[in-house]
Design a protein around this ligand. Structure first.
Ligand SMILES: Nc1ncnc2c1ncn2[C@@H]1O[C@H](COP(=O)(O)OP(=O)(O)OP(=O)(O)O)[C@@H](O)[C@H]1O
Length: 238
């Protein structure tokens, strides 16, 4: 579904993403892990068009994304969430989701119908008339997810959607992401909550210092020595 070939992003002399190649398969849940500063978010930015100077090639559903703005990539079916939710604070929860829906639906009646459906599926319909400033971190993350889902993506990129959540909220989000996949959406997530990665992901890619250093099932990458050294740490390091 998504093919990244030799993708590179530099900021001045810093190679934030360095010659990274991998695929996202249709309808899988792919996880991406790695230490802080490894280049994970920058890679998401390159895929979504938030960074436009990426080298290499990114192909989505057989078409190069190179010349597409982020809006056009969204219309092609790629949605994302941000590590810190990027909400419209002066709009209600419902209006925030509606903005997402209007990306794909030009008819207001259709966009409103999508909005209500997504509010229910993310289980925030009771919050619909509230404004983001009264929401908890977990509710803000749910709203960010709802807004991305409202664009009716084929591929959704989630940047640390579980970060800052309570254990029960992590469990609810894991269940929700399984449902989203059941509905035919391919999920690619950056996550530091390893328990969630283990219970959710079909495959995991690992980044360190801009490079992709491992790829495989969660069990495979977590027993990889390079991954343990770079990210997980050894028990005898403690
Ligand atoms: N806009 C930017 N300008 C300059 N340097 C940047 C920019 N964005 C990211 N970087 C640098 O690129 C490197 C990779 O950052 P990135 O945010 O992609 O890492 P990450 O793996 O997502 O980390 P984290 O897990 O902390 O979110 C870091 O050294 C970061 O400081």
């Amino acid at each position: 579904m998504l093919k990244c070939s030799s993708v590179s992003v530099s900021f001045g002399g810093l190679k934030a993403v360095d010659d990274v190649s991998f695929n996202v398969k249709k309808n899988e849940i792919l996880g991406m892990i790695g230490p802080n500063g490894a280049g994970k978010t920058t890679l998401f930015n390159a895929i979504c068009g938030d960074v436009r100077n990426a080298g290499g090639e990114i192909i989505f559903e057989g078409k190069s994304l190179s010349n597409l703005t982020k809006d056009l990539r969204c219309r092609q079916g790629i949605a994302r969430t941000f590590q810190i939710p990027q909400l419209f604070e002066n709009l209600s929860v419902r209006e925030n989701v509606l903005i997402g829906a209007l990306c794909k639906e030009s008819q207001m009646s259709e966009a409103l119908a999508v909005t209500e459906r997504v509010l229910r599926s993310v289980k925030i319909e009771k919050l619909a008339d509230l404004y983001p400033d009264v929401l908890t971190i977990g509710q803000r993350k749910s709203l960010e997810l709802a807004r991305a889902l409202a664009t009716q993506p084929d591929l959704i990129l989630l940047d640390e959607i579980m970060g800052g959540l309570h254990v029960n909220e992590v469990e609810e989000t894991v269940a929700l992401l399984k449902e989203i996949r059941q509905q035919g959406v391919t999920v690619f997530l950056i996550e530091h909550v390893i328990s969630a990665v283990v219970s959710l992901c079909d495959r995991v890619v690992v980044m360190n210092q801009g490079k992709l250093i491992a790829e495989g099932t969660a069990a495979e990458v977590m027993s990889d020595h390079e991954v343990i050294d770079a990210y997980l740490g050894r028990e005898d390091d403690a």
